[in-house]
Write a protein that binds this ligand. Structure first.
Ligand code: SF4
Length: 349
């Protein structure tokens, strides 16, 4: 551990001031804080809350139902990142649909899905497009490439989300955010900086033990002033302007829209949709997907966990009925999910 990290660790472990609630917005932060043993170092005065930063977790049940309808009723080939295959819909998941004969292909990038569509012109191919600022440029690139190639069998089922509105929606749940490093690398720091004027504090951080401890120590130190603050503790990756090229690409193909988040409901202007000129690549419009029920298992508390209203061990199914092998909710399926992290690494109960 370098000298800076040792100093940060001393500040964190030695803190006995007023209680501070710190929300990790990013699911990878949640996992890394557990995995690197940082959670076990925290004094009683620090409470870490897992926020809505896992893209699979915040995708609502109705979205899975839409994908199931496409796969089973329209015989569309679904291309998706692996985690979504096991996320429960209202009555089944995509793995169940695959066992009934539906075509469900796991891909590693959006461009893999576009390439699959190009190689299979006899199939209609829909990519399950979830994620935040980090993954949306890839979806745009896939649509741009499909348009250039004149593909008519490729579309996106969109649930892409953006963070700024969620920061505002969750502001009362914590005293400071650990802002997501990857999102800020794309979007820049102007939003979290501007939130200071609204009384919202936080620091952006990376993923090493040194970076995470430095960020926590910075929050502890700056919170003593009693004034809202922002700091960029990940300057080796995050620049104030973010990635102008990625921002320009997204703005040319997509526009903001209202969007439903699991546990948080519909947050105005928190999602992205394709611009009208690219509507032919929008699976909802292309296939006229009817409204879906979207009923999660009533015993699952993913919604409460994503709001910071409880922790995974508060769920009666946690570790008993619901495990990574037998997930009942999205937060246990995703490798970025809070329930998965708590199950895998334990923690400060
Ligand atoms: S433990 Fe399982 S059932 Fe409980 S909240 Fe987490 S994902 Fe849902």
């Amino acid at each position: 551990m370098n000298e800076q990290a040792q100093k940060a660790r001393a500040i964190v472990t030695g803190y006995h001031g007023r209680p501070l609630r710190i929300m990790e917005v990013c699911g990878t932060h949640t996992h890394e804080i557990f995995r690197q043993g940082i959670r076990s170092l925290l004094p009683e005065a620090i409470t870490l809350i897992s926020g809505p930063g896992c893209p699979v977790c915040v995708t609502p049940t109705a979205y899975i139902d839409e994908a199931l309808w496409l796969a089973l009723e329209q015989h569309v080939t679904i291309c998706t990142f692996g985690d979504l295959v096991r996320v429960p819909g209202t009555s089944e998941n995509l793995a169940d649909a695959r066992s009934k004969g539906a075509k469900v292909q796991v891909v590693y990038t959006q461009l893999d899905a576009e390439a699959y569509a190009a190689e299979h012109p006899d199939e209609q191919v829909t990519f399950l497009s979830v994620g935040f600022e980090t993954t949306t440029p890839g979806a745009c690139l896939a649509v741009k490439r499909a348009a250039a190639a004149g593909l008519t069998n490729f579309s996106l089922l969109m649930a892409n989300k953006t963070m700024p509105a969620a920061y505002l929606a969750m502001a009362d749940s914590c005293d400071a955010y650990l802002y997501p490093g990857h999102v800020c690398a794309i979007a820049g720091t102007s939003v979290p900086e501007s939130l200071v004027k609204k009384g919202i504090s936080g620091v952006v951080t990376g993923f090493t033990a040194s970076e995470l401890l430095t960020a926590l120590a910075t929050i502890i130190t700056k919170a003593q002033s009693g004034h809202p603050f922002f700091a960029n503790c990940y300057p080796r990756v995050v620049r104030p302007e973010g990635s102008p090229a990625a921002q320009k690409l997204v703005a040319s193909l997509m526009q903001p829209c209202d969007c439903e988040w699991r546990g948080l409901g519909v947050i105005p202007a928190s999602g992205m949709e394709l611009r009208p000129e690219y509507a032919t690549y929008d699976a909802r419009q292309k296939f006229r997907i009817p409204p879906q029920q979207g009923r999660p298992n009533p015993a699952c508390r993913c919604g409460d966990i994503l709001r910071g209203a409880c922790t995974p061990p508060d769920c009666p199914l946690f570790g008993k009925v619901c495990t990574p092998e037998t997930p009942v909710g999205a937060c246990m399926v995703s490798h970025e999910g809070a329930c998965s992290a708590w199950f895998q690494y334990g923690g400060k109960f």
